[in-house]
Design a protein around this ligand. Structure first.
Ligand SMILES: [Zn+2]
Length: 333
């Protein structure tokens, strides 16, 4: 997202606030950008960093000054980006110590310096403590920019020292409209559901077979529940797919069924395109059982992160789901 002419429509408000801070010379020393995953927060932070370092003074970074050239080549000496080595893993204290050491040096170009910490919720205790000292004695003309979709996981001592910029997801109809403009003819509503509401992830999925795959899996999920399909054979058929994806979708559908059972009118479903089918599935079904089953699925989902027989776990989930369906049939008769 470098030297672009516009930001995503849902980032326009936040972007205006950021550039206004530059224009009136009120750049915070520490800024936390937070909001749901998959909205382009890291891209916004990068664009802001480039704008702050740019020698020109337009709304967007100019893209042709010396600073912009270095930035786009990834070699700007006054810019650092730190994050976990692998997504979801802790940010190592060594990375933070190196960053703090760099902070003690002078800016190379006499302007601002920007240090971005992506997935800041992955700071472990020693990394967070090391960073805290820096936040307590901030260096001049230096911006520390933290990004997270889970601000609640950051220590309050760090949270309290950052200015905050909240990014909100666009409304569902706005996302659908945007997706259709980006990828005309795509099944925008289904893609958005499959992407858990993230328009950027939905766009990435538009060029895959995810829509067909999800529909096929939903038919099987529904078939197992209604005793038309054998859960073990379905688990076999799902074998080639990521186990995480299988369980995430089962979880999303069961959660939607719980919502529909509790407050049908007010439900905001993650799989809104399947509302009719899901409503039909919960007919005559005790909601308490579904809530329990959702907990079981959550435990399975967590267990996937450890040493388990993943295929057996998926099979157990589907066998459990089949039993749930049986209970519904019995309570109906
Ligand atoms: Zn520039």
């Amino acid at each position: 997202m470098s030297a672009m002419s516009a930001v995503y429509p849902w980032l326009e408000g936040p972007w205006q606030r950021l550039t206004a801070a530059i224009d009136c010379g009120r750049i915070p020393q520490a800024l936390l950008i937070h909001g749901p995953a998959g909205l382009g927060k890291a891209g916004l932070a990068t664009l802001f960093a480039q704008r702050l370092l740019c020698a020109e003074s337009g709304t967007m970074p100019c893209g042709h000054c010396h600073s912009c050239h270095l930035f786009e080549a990834g070699t700007h000496p006054d810019y650092r980006l730190v994050g976990p080595e692998e997504s979801g893993k802790a940010i190592k204290v060594d990375a933070i110590r190196k960053l703090i050491n760099d902070l003690s040096l002078k800016p190379q170009y006499g302007g601002y310096r920007v240090f971005v910490i992506d997935q800041a919720d992955q700071l472990n205790i020693s990394s967070a403590n090391a960073l805290l000292k820096t936040l307590e004695e901030p260096a001049e003309r230096t911006l520390l920019l933290l990004i997270t979709h889970r601000p609640g996981r950051l220590p309050p001592t760090i949270l309290s020292r950052c200015q905050k910029l909240s990014i909100r997801a666009p409304r569902r109809d706005e996302s659908i409209q945007w997706l259709q403009a980006q990828h005309p003819g795509c099944a925008a509503a289904v893609l958005l559901s499959a992407a858990g509401g993230s328009p950027l992830q939905a766009l990435a999925l538009a060029s895959t077979d995810v829509v067909e795959r999800r529909q096929r899996m939903f038919n099987e999920f529904s078939g197992v529940f209604q005793h038309q399909l054998d859960p073990v054979s379905v688990a076999d058929r799902w074998h080639g797919q990521a186990h995480e994806e299988c369980l995430d979708w089962m979880l999303a559908w069961v959660s939607d069924m719980v919502h529909l059972g509790m407050a049908p009118a007010a439900s905001r479903l993650s799989s809104a395109d399947l509302e009719t089918e899901l409503t039909r599935l919960i007919q005559g079904h005790p909601i308490g059982g579904l809530i329990e089953f959702r907990e079981v699925l959550l435990n399975y989902r967590q267990a996937l992160g450890g040493q388990v027989n993943r295929q057996l776990l998926l099979e157990e989930a589907l066998v459990g789901w089949s039993r749930m369906g049986q209970r519904a049939n019995m309570s109906q008769s």
